[in-house]
Ligand binder design. Sequence first.
Ligand SMILES: O=C(O)c1ccccc1NCC(=O)[C@H](O)[C@H](O)COP(=O)(O)O
Length: 206
Amino acid sequence: MNVKVKICGITRLEDAQVAIENGVDALGFIFYKKSKRYIEPNKVKEIIKNIPPFISKVGVFVNEDINDIKRIGKELKLDILQLHGEESVEYLKELEKGFTVVKAFRIKDIRELEKIKDYKIKWFLLDTYSSKEYGGTGEKFNWEIVKEAKKYGKVILAGGLNSENIKLAIDELKPYGVDISSGVEIDKGIKDRKKIIDIMRIIKDD
Ligand SMILES: O=C(O)c1ccccc1NCC(=O)[C@H](O)[C@H](O)COP(=O)(O)O
């Protein structure tokens, strides 16, 4: 199965290395200060120095000042900006002048899909809505909505993916990509080597 894989919430070089050795396509860094997975840009710079070519570096932001995003994106040479808040269409279009941008939609129910149309985007991320957190909840949402969402573009599936449900998710929904965080953790921001190896083996063997 040719699905793209991102492991998100990386805070340690050793976790990035295990992920890369086991075939991930992208690593995500959380620049949202209220998250327990927040990592300072300078620390990301150190990790990135050790990341080989052809692995995408993704910066995750929530309603951040647009000039700060541009500055961090340029300084760290991020390949992709992932927007997890209530960023407007205009905000996204402005960032798209200089970056590849992925907008995340946090799914509460089918009505959330109405918003996707306004953004006129080719790909987007679907994650689980929570009133408490912007992402990294470890909870899945109603996957029936993914089937509907595929009408609007390529879907990157997130929310509660783990080694128990990843095969079903990929086989049934055939997303463009999957985004995994809690499912490979022992604690927020601390990844588990075995969990990464196990989930990547399932994905690659599929
Ligand atoms: O992970 C966070 O702490 C986070 C905080 C604020 C905005 C986004 C965040 N994560 C974004 C991701 O890309 C996660 O991988 C995605 O939400 C899935 O997480 P999980 O359900 O834990 O696999």
